[in-house]
Design a protein around this ligand. Structure first.
Ligand code: ZN
Length: 181
């Protein structure tokens, strides 16, 4: 989801104007005409995992918008006080109630259009019993053939899953850099 631009100054609450600051900047910024604060808006990180059990991958059916009812890998926005790996693990606990061992980084996806960077880590499940949180209707394991490919919530999830099964097939997991237009 594309973020809407800032409308009010975070410092003083005045309505901002969008202009290129006079300091040699080249981008439009939300500038406060009252206190002169320049608001720099930068991409957000979305962190998640590919939890796997034997030849299956864990997917969560979303209970929240956007894409309610569609399937996704456990993932969400990184918090300020955590590392990318900690955030990925936290989201996997919150959304799936899964028990796992976190492994290496698997995919880094730039979604420049909406100002996001998505990072997925592999996670080896240590139990096939799940306890999904309120954001998830259902958490289930799928083989490659069982994956509901037409009902995957996000392109970042689909691209990551396709590469995961391809790497699994050849017996070696790489780190994948993907730019989504
Ligand atoms: Zn201000």
């Amino acid at each position: 989801m594309k973020r809407s631009p800032i409308k009010h100054c975070k410092e003083c609450g005045a309505a901002v104007v969008h202009r290129i600051p006079d300091d040699g900047d080249t981008k439009l910024r939300a500038v406060c005409p009252a206190c002169h604060t320049i608001h720099y808006e930068n991409p957000l990180n979305v962190v998640g995992t590919i939890p796997f059990w034997e030849d299956k991958v864990l997917l969560c059916k979303r209970n929240i918008e956007p894409r309610r009812g569609k399937w996704t890998l456990p993932a969400g926005f990184m918090e300020l006080d955590e590392t990318t790996a900690e955030g990925a693990a936290r989201e996997t606990v919150e959304e799936a109630g899964a028990q796992f061992e976190l492994l290496g980084l698997f995919s880094l996806l730039n979604v420049a259009r909406v100002g996001q960077v998505h990072l997925f880590y592999r996670a080896r499940l240590t139990s096939d019993v799940f306890d999904p949180g309120v954001e998830t209707m259902e958490a289930s394991l799928f083989t490659q053939a069982q994956i509901p490919w037409d009902d995957i919530a996000f392109r970042t999830t689909k691209e990551t899953l396709e590469r995961f099964f391809a790497d699994r097939e050849r017996g070696h997991f790489g780190v994948h850099h993907i730019d989504i237009g």
